[in-house]
Design a protein around this ligand. Structure first.
Ligand code: UDP
Length: 507
């Protein structure tokens, strides 16, 4: 299968590696993989990026940019089997799943892509040499095996979460500890602070992978596919969570490449080029930029909770009232899925009252460009790992309001380790808010916003630390930096002949 390329002196060079990227069809997973695709393509790799029609439409402007800049990336659209699986038409992304009970169906639909993917890849020229699949796409293991190519797992979440999940699974903590709130010393981190204390966390805040009833088979598949993979690629950088990266490398028993912050890939000065990231922004870019430009440096608070969480009317009103009372200028994102007549009606009056210091975005926000603007000085976030890295990489202090998954551990990283955030105080995970469920009251919103955004000494020190970690994030992606060098090693690894691959199998 290997093509030999000769130069004019008849020296032969192996062809560039060809990697296939298979993201989970969710915004928080597609976005970093798309950054990675462009990064790998710039560093001498041929990339095939797997998507589906609805997702391809969302990222079309990026596809156009890729083609215009002649980056060697092919996009393959696999028809998504909504009807076959029992999903509503067009339900091709986690944020389009209408109710929680359809999540298992969505994951079954993904599995049905295996045959289609294999058919598309087997005759590709050049033949793929490697696959990088999202951790949540375990079905790709069989495809890689039948093509006889190496397979690496891509982790979108933080290493603090990956490590804790890994060792809790290894030490059977999910099976033996029944109290979700019991503080457990995380194995391998027995001397994590200056006083020699253990790092402790409860199961509730380190939930592992799919540890819910009804997901047992998927969990097994995910864990098995990770175990059988040839290596692990993580969207993090060594300086942001050194202890957890080190600990994970020690226990996982295979190559680990930390390649983040991937959001720093897109440094295009052109605002209109960067404004599309993951989806078309629901905002007039000129108006937004003008508004941001008119604000004082570090004065604006950005409030957004990622792509998945859906808050109810009551909670939305509490946030709005807290923001109003805080007297701080803000950009606030209300998702499409959160819009309803009651919210829209309330927002009408709210926006009128707050017009002098608010910018409400209804729908998809250009988050990465907002966080990189100099007038943005704070971020109320659910602590999704991409959002956290985007804040860290832009030096923006945070108010942490975790909701589920890795977010409680990300909060600890931000508040305890990096000391660039204030916890709003939630303790119990949630995915979709119950009808009357209010988790954070307006007073707590106001109090934390005032603490974060004031110009006192403590807030200033927090800003300084945020700027320091931003510098480290930038350095890690520059030549000589840890993530830059890891990408070099990753590309070298992918150049190895596929036939040297030893497929790992479960012991
Ligand atoms: N995002 C965005 N605009 C929005 C909502 C989200 O650009 O209105 C991006 C955000 O910048 C991040 C990703 O979507 O890159 C969300 O990933 P994260 O891990 O923060 O949270 P999730 O959506 O997975 O909960």
């Amino acid at each position: 299968q290997t093509t030999i390329i000769s130069d004019s002196n008849n020296n032969t060079a192996p062809p560039p590696p060809h990697v296939v990227l298979v993201p989970l069809m969710a915004q928080g997973h597609i976005i970093p993989m798309l950054d990675m695709a462009r990064l790998l393509a710039e560093r001498g790799t041929f990339v095939t990026f797997i998507t589906t029609p609805v997702n391809a439409l969302r990222i079309k402007p990026i596809i156009v940019r890729v083609h215009e800049s002649n980056l060697p990336i092919d996009f393959i659209e696999l028809p998504f089997p909504c009807t076959e699986a029992g999903l509503p038409p067009g339900c091709e992304n986690c944020d389009l799943i209408p109710s929680n009970d359809l999540f298992p169906t969505f994951f079954s639909a993904l599995q049905l892509l295996a045959h289609r993917l294999e058919q598309r890849l087997k005759d590709l020229v050049p033949h793929p040499t490697c696959m990088i699949n999202d951790m949540f796409n375990p079905w790709t293991a069989n495809v890689a095996r039948s093509l006889n190519i190496r397979r690496l797992v891509f982790h979108g979440p933080s290493c603090i979460h990956i490590y804790c999940s890994h060792v809790f699974h290894l030490h059977k903590i999910y099976e033996t500890v029944t109290d979700e709130f019991e503080e457990i010393a995380v194995p391998g981190l027995t001397d994590y602070d200056d006083a020699g204390r253990s790092f402790k966390v409860c199961r509730m805040h380190a939930p592992g992978w799919f540890n819910w009833p009804g997901y047992e088979k998927l969990r097994e598949e995910v864990l098995h596919a990770e175990e059988a993979a040839d290596g692990v690629v993580i969207n993090t950088f060594d300086d942001v969570e050194p202890m957890f990266v080190e600990a994970y490398k020690k226990v996982v028993g295979k190559d680990v490449w930390t390649v983040g912050s991937l959001c720093l890939y897109d440094k295009d000065d052109d605002f209109s080029a960067r404004i599309v990231r993951g989806n078309k922004a629901a905002v007039d870019q000129e108006k937004l930029l003008c508004w941001l430009d008119s604000m004082e440096e570090n004065s604006v608070l950005y409030v957004s909770f990622g792509s998945l969480i859906r808050m109810n009317v009551g909670q939305i009103l509490e946030i709005g009232s807290g923001l109003q009372a805080s007297e701080v200028p803000f950009i606030w994102v209300i998702k499409d899925a959160e819009k309803c007549p009651k919210v829209e009606e309330w927002l009408e009056g709210f926006e009128r009252r707050m017009s002098f210091r608010s910018f409400v975005i209804k729908g998809w926000a250009p988050q990465a460009v907002i966080l990189s603007h100099k007038s943005v000085g704070g971020f109320v976030s659910h602590c999704g790992w991409n959002s956290t890295l985007e804040a860290v990489s832009n030096g923006v202090p945070m108010i942490t309001w975790p909701q589920f998954g890795d977010q409680f551990l990300n909060e600890r990283l931000v508040v305890e380790f990096l000391r660039i955030g204030i916890a709003i105080g939630v303790k119990i995970p949630v995915f979709n808010y119950g009808e009357d469920e209010i988790r954070v009251r307006r007073d707590d919103v106001e109090r934390t916003v005032r603490s974060l955004m004031n110009d006192g000494e403590v807030a200033e020190e927090r800003r300084i630390r945020a700027r320091e970690i931003k510098e480290k994030a930038i350095k890690s992606m520059e030549e000589g930096g840890s993530s830059y060098e890891n990408i070099t090693k990753l590309v070298e690894y992918m150049k190895q002949e596929p036939r040297k691959v030893v497929q790992r199998t479960k012991a």
